[in-house]
Ligand binder design. Structure first.
Ligand SMILES: NC(=O)c1ccc[n+]([C@@H]2O[C@H](COP(=O)([O-])OP(=O)(O)OC[C@H]3O[C@@H](n4cnc5c(N)ncnc54)[C@H](O)[C@@H]3O)[C@@H](O)[C@H]2O)c1
Ligand SMILES: C[C@@H](O)[C@H](N)C(=O)O
Length: 376
């Protein structure tokens, strides 16, 4: 109970809010943290305070699910900003040689609460970026796994973050909207009745995070990402994956078979904009955040308009269509464009990549890395 009281005091000090709950409600019993096997290079600041430091200046960051499409790039950006040893990547998979040698990496299964707690405590973590997830297409084929990872895992993350006074970032998605949401310029606040387990779990994450914020003062921050496009990391099984694969096909074979209809318009974003937005919202002063969940937007396109833009650089490039009805139904239920005016107003969000810039950048990255691969 003494330990719980100390934790509670720390959490209250951090948020500046009075607890509206009993100690028992806020903090489940904290088991002993005995193992030091997960301990990584020490934080350069003080370690004397029990409660983690959530200052923007010297955060110690843990990224869960860090070996997916987005995590390695985010770790690189955060390491440039906060120091190599202050950003720990984690996942349940084995990292590549390059990732393993680029900075701290630990095994972390988000379904294992004790393991997560040990990592957070032993490494004095102050910010948690929660990237582990099962995406839309994979989720529809594995509902039980998606439920576990996206819902039970999220509960573990929120509990740990609350216990230890962490700032926590959980991405949401355009998939958190559904067929009854307004599809064009979808606002931050509107009907959300998604029809995928992925979407349902992300609405749950938004609501739970906001609930923990209001109830316990948790510093929860959430962005609804569009489909993210990257050259040197592969997408993890979503409905928007075609918009990454098409670039590799354009460079390697000159043709692409698309699993969505030619006219399916979806919001998309280049990875650099997405990761920068994540850092910016993490660093935003809490007073600027009128909301804890924001839409962000950069561009919208269809397979047809993307093909036409690619053809400006690769004139012989051709897209054919073999539509997957499950993916098409998902895409048809998602927004065509998001209204992100609140993010632009509250914390200065501004995208840099539009469609022409995205196509130029993707084709040049993929061409260069293909040439390098051929040189070996
Ligand atoms: N990539 C996008 O287009 C996009 C768009 C909107 C939102 N998001 C969100 O951003 C986050 C990162 O997306 P991503 O594209 O990198 O996802 P991804 O599917 O590529 O990677 C997810 C990672 O989670 C890991 N994981 C699975 N089960 C786990 C467990 N039990 N414990 C720990 N890790 C586990 C996987 O090994 C994988 O490396 C996700 O929350 C996703 O919903 C992504
Ligand atoms: C949109 C996003 O959440 C992911 N790329 C998916 O398609 O599932």
């Amino acid at each position: 109970m003494m330990l719980a009281m100390q934790l509670l005091r720390g959490a209250v000090k951090h948020t500046g809010r009075r607890p509206q709950c009993s100690v028992k409600q806020l903090i489940p019993v904290v088991p002993g943290t005995t193992s030091t096997s997960q301990q990584l290079p020490a934080f350069r600041g003080t370690q004397s305070s029990f409660c983690a430091n959530t200052d923007s200046d010297n955060p110690r960051v843990l990224i869960t699910g860090g070996l997916g499409q987005l995590g390695v790039g985010l770790a690189e950006l955060l390491r440039q900003r906060f120091g190599q040893n202050n950003v720990i990547l984690s996942d349940i998979r084995k990292p590549s040689y390059h990732v393993y040698h680029s900075g701290p990496f630990v095994f972390a299964d988000i379904l294992d609460l004790k393991n997560l707690r040990e990592i957070v405590v032993n490494n004095n973590i102050s910010w948690l970026v929660h990237y582990s997830a099962v995406l839309s297409a994979v989720g529809e084929n594995n509902v039980a796994v998606a439920k576990d990872v996206n819902i039970t895992g999220l509960h573990n993350i929120l509990d740990i973050a609350t216990e230890h006074g962490l700032r926590v970032f959980v991405p949401s998605t355009i998939g958190a909207f559904g067929p009854s949401s307004p599809r064009d310029l979808t606002p931050d606040l509107c009907v959300q009745r998604p029809q995928t387990i992925y979407g349902v779990s992300k609405v749950h994450a938004e609501l739970m995070g906001e609930y923990y914020h209001h109830r316990y003062g948790l510093d929860f921050r959430c962005l609804r990402y569009p489909g993210i496009i990257s050259a040197d990391s592969q997408p993890g099984g979503g409905t928007t994956d075609y918009a990454v694969k098409i670039f590799h096909a354009a460079v390697k074979t000159g043709s692409f078979e698309c699993n969505l209809c030619s006219g399916t318009q979806l919001p998309m974003m280049y990875i650099d904009d997405c990761l920068r937005a994540t850092l910016e919202v993490l660093e935003a002063p809490a007073d600027n955040l009128a909301s804890r969940t924001y839409n962000i937007h950069a561009m919208s396109f269809t397979p047809q308009s993307l093909t036409q833009e690619i053809q400006k650089a690769v004139p012989h490039f051709k897209t054919t269509y073999d539509v997957d009805p499950v993916l098409q139904a998902i895409a048809d239920s998602w927004p065509m464009a998001l209204d992100d005016s609140a993010a632009r107003r509250d914390w200065g969000w501004k995208h840099k990549y539009d469609l022409p810039e995205l196509v130029k950048t993707m084709l040049s990255h993929i061409t260069v890395s293909n040439r390098r691969a051929q040189d070996f």
